[in-house]
Design a binder for this molecule. Sequence first.
Ligand SMILES: Nc1ncnc2c1ncn2[C@@H]1O[C@H](COP(=O)(O)OP(=O)(O)OP(=O)(O)O)[C@@H](O)[C@H]1O
Ligand SMILES: [Mg+2]
Length: 433
Amino acid sequence: LAVARERAARDAASRQALAQTQARLVLAGRMASVGTLAAGVAHEINNPLAFVITNVDAALRRIGAMERRNGAPRTGPWARSHGDGRGPSSELSEVLSLLEDAREGAERVRLIVRDLHSFSRAEEDRRGPVDPRRVLDSCVHMAMNEIRHRARVVRSFQEVPPVEANEPRLAQVFLNLIVNAAQAIPEGLAAQNVIELSTRCDAAAWVVVEVRDTGAGIAPESLERIFEPFYTSKEEGEGLGLGLAICHAIVAALGGRIEVESRRGQGSTFRVVLPAATSAEALAAADAGSGASSELRDGSGLAGAAPQAAPRQRVLIIDDEPLLTRAIAGTLEPRHETTATASARDALTRIRAGERYDAILCDLMMPDMTGMDFYASLAEHAPEQQRRVVFLTGGAFTERSKSFLQRVNARLLLKPFDAATLLSLVDEVVAAP
Ligand SMILES: Nc1ncnc2c1ncn2[C@@H]1O[C@H](COP(=O)(O)OP(=O)(O)OP(=O)(O)O)[C@@H](O)[C@H]1O
Ligand SMILES: [Mg+2]
């Protein structure tokens, strides 16, 4: 009888393990299709968003200059200017303020799209050894506005080795968990509530990071769904339901796992378990990272200072989206001479006819001739022009474009970008040997 009971228990355990594996596979499948969808949507949005941002930036700069001429200096281009109504320039100030709001809205869209994009980029980022305690600290710092009125932060950090990760990605994971924890606690009782961050090593020498809160907790029926993309219990406009899905994707790509324990009314604990970076592996990864060829930038990067009074350069812009080429030309015009075309074939004809450019901004995906084919044809007709090419992309990479970019070592500018990033990248290409 004892043997039979033991076997029944074993069967039950293996059935449960099987069910868990199945659930994980279903989730993984769904995440993969969301990744594809997200990359496509991000790509479609990034194109128009790129010219919205560049145009608003251009308008802000121009109005800023007009205002300065009118003698009403402002503290900075994006400084808010409510109610400063001073005489002749107050109307300009109002327009400026409207544009600043529009710019802020566009920035929010950019961040949402970047989050969506996280699904498809999770495995591609450079990694190195990262101290999770330092990342947790900086996340707390970033989330302090959300936390302050709701809970005290308690750190229980045990000594842990670094983990092998991409730091901004890891920060995204911890920040999502910390913000969720804060949002689970009502405002006002900060003295009674706690968000506890802890680090330790488990028996298998993996690094364990926990974010525990004394908030609302999660009902058992929701617990099964919280990692699904777009599952949210928050009011419309408050949460997209992407936070935990993104955490799941990032942690899985790092070879780790994420677990949750929660009781309704008592709070929740989210646990991220990651492999430690052994120093040899970390070194190898750092090496592989520095060998990666294409230079990725997004609009959020800090633009390097542009050299003063640089001579005007000839810039060719190739993109099948005329509103975008116009926006780029508008941004570059005060400093450079631009030529815009919607077709890579046309660009090639110009170059074959002897035209030369100091920088060539070229969309990667175009219906007629792709940026890749254009680049390949340059090798035949004007190989020295290849080094002048910067590819523009909304981010949906095909396998072909991915391996192409890795192979050719060309510069890459991710849409949407802001004016400063665009200008400094053009300066960089122009200055390159
Ligand atoms: N610490 C927590 N305490 C209670 N509920 C939580 C906690 N973390 C997550 N949840 C639940 O899981 C849901 C999904 O979380 P997720 O972070 O994926 O999305 P969100 O926070 O609703 O929106 P977003 O993160 O996109 O702004 C939340 O809506 C909430 O119901
Ligand atoms: Mg969230």
